[in-house]
Design a protein around this ligand. Structure first.
Ligand SMILES: Nc1ncnc2c1ncn2[C@@H]1O[C@H](COP(=O)(O)OP(=O)(O)OP(=O)(O)O)[C@@H](O)[C@H]1O
Ligand SMILES: [Mg+2]
Length: 252
C-alpha cells in the first residue's frame, strides 16, 4: 500500500495569555492510499487540531508532514493552496463558504478554479446535490440554509474535484439520521473508489464504518484498532460492539 500521508513527531502548542498548551505531542502515524481512518478521543484532546495541522490548514509547531511525497512545511503558500484545491477535500464545520455566492456556486467554484470544463463541473455539482438531497438549496445564499444543509453542501464541495484525500471533522455532527446516512454513503462510496479519508467523530456508529480507529488522548495517539473494510452492512452492529468495548477500555 502506498503512503499518502506520513506524519512524524508532530507537535502543536497553542499559547494563550502566556500559558502554553501542548495539544499535540510528538505524533507520528501514516495513512495508506485508500484507507479510511477515524480519530476519536475526549473533547479537547486535539482531534480537530490534528486534522488542521496535517492538512496544512494550520501551522504546526514542529515535526514533518509528508503528503504524497511533498513536505508540507517546505511548500510556499501558493503551492499549498494549489495542493489543497486539487488533492484535498475538507469538511470542517468552522470553514465558511463564500457569502457572496449561492450554494451551487460555492460547490462548483473549486472545480472551475482547477480548470474543469464548466459543463462537466455543473453536472457533477448537480448530481452531488441531488444525492445529498440539497438540490432545492442551489440558489440559496449561505445564510439561507440550515446547518445540516450547509454541512452537506460542504461535502459536495469537498467531493467535486475527486480529491486524493478527504479530511472530515464531525461530518455528521449536525445531521438527523437520514442525512447522516446520506453523508456516510457518499463518504464510503468515495472511499471504495479509492479516496483516502481521515475523519473525526464522536459517534461509534459512524466510526464503525471506517477501517481503523486511532484514539487520541493527552496529546498522543494512545492506541489503534483495525476493523478492516466494511463490506457487509450486516456486520456493522458487530463492528460497533467491538469498537465500543475497545473505547470503554480506554475510559471513553
Ligand atoms: N486557536 C486556538 N487557540 C488556542 N487554543 C486552541 C485553539 N484551538 C484549539 N485550542 C485548544 O486546543 C485543545 C484541543 O482543541 P481541539 O479543538 O483540537 O479539540 P477536539 O479534540 O477537536 O475537541 P472536540 O471533540 O470538542 O471538538 C483544547 O484545549 C482547545 O482549547
Ligand atoms: Mg473538534
Amino acid at each position: 500500500m502506498n503512503t499518502v500521508l506520513s506524519v512524524k513527531d508532530l507537535c502543536k502548542t497553542y499559547i494563550v495569555r502566556k500559558n502554553s498548551n501542548n495539544v499535540l505531542r510528538n505524533i507520528s502515524f501514516e495513512l495508506g492510499e485508500g484507507e479510511f481512518v477515524t480519530v476519536m478521543g475526549p473533547s479537547g484532546s486535539g482531534k480537530s487540531t490534528l486534522l488542521y495541522t496535517v492538512s496544512g490548514m494550520d501551522a504546526m509547531t514542529s515535526g514533518t508532514v509528508d503528503f504524497s511525497g511533498r513536505d508540507l512545511g517546505s511548500l510556499s503558500r501558493k503551492e499549498l493552496s494549489k495542493l489543497r484545491l486539487t488533492e484535498m477535500g475538507f469538511i470542517f464545520q468552522q470553514m465558511y463558504m463564500m457569502k457572496k455566492l449561492c450554494i451551487f456556486d460555492n460547490i462548483v467554484l473549486p472545480a472551475y478554479q482547477s480548470g474543469m470544463a464548466h459543463g462537466e463541473a455543473n453536472k457533477r455539482a448537480e448530481a452531488l446535490m441531488r444525492r445529498l438531497d440539497i438540490i432545492e438549496t442551489a440558489e440559496h445564499e449561505v445564510n439561507e440554509v440550515s446547518g445540516g444543509q450547509l454541512q452537506r453542501a460542504c461535502l459536495c464541495r469537498a467531493l467535486i474535484n475527486q480529491p486524493k484525500v478527504i479530511f472530515a471533522d464531525e461530518p455528521t455532527g449536525a445531521l438527523n439520521s437520514k442525512a447522516a446516512a446520506d453523508v456516510m454513503r457518499e463518504l464510503t462510496n468515495a472511499n471504495r473508489d479509492g479516496t483516502t479519508i481521515m475523519m473525526v467523530t464522536h459517534s461509534v456508529k459512524v466510526a464503525a464504518m471506517s477501517d481503523k480507529v486511532l484514539y487520541l488522548m493527552d496529546g498522543d495517539i494512545q492506541g489503534e484498532i483495525e476493523l478492516g473494510k466494511l463490506t457487509d452492512e450486516e456486520a456493522l452492529t458487530e463492528r460497533e460492539r467491538r469498537l465500543s468495548g475497545w473505547l470503554m477500555e480506554r475510559g471513553w
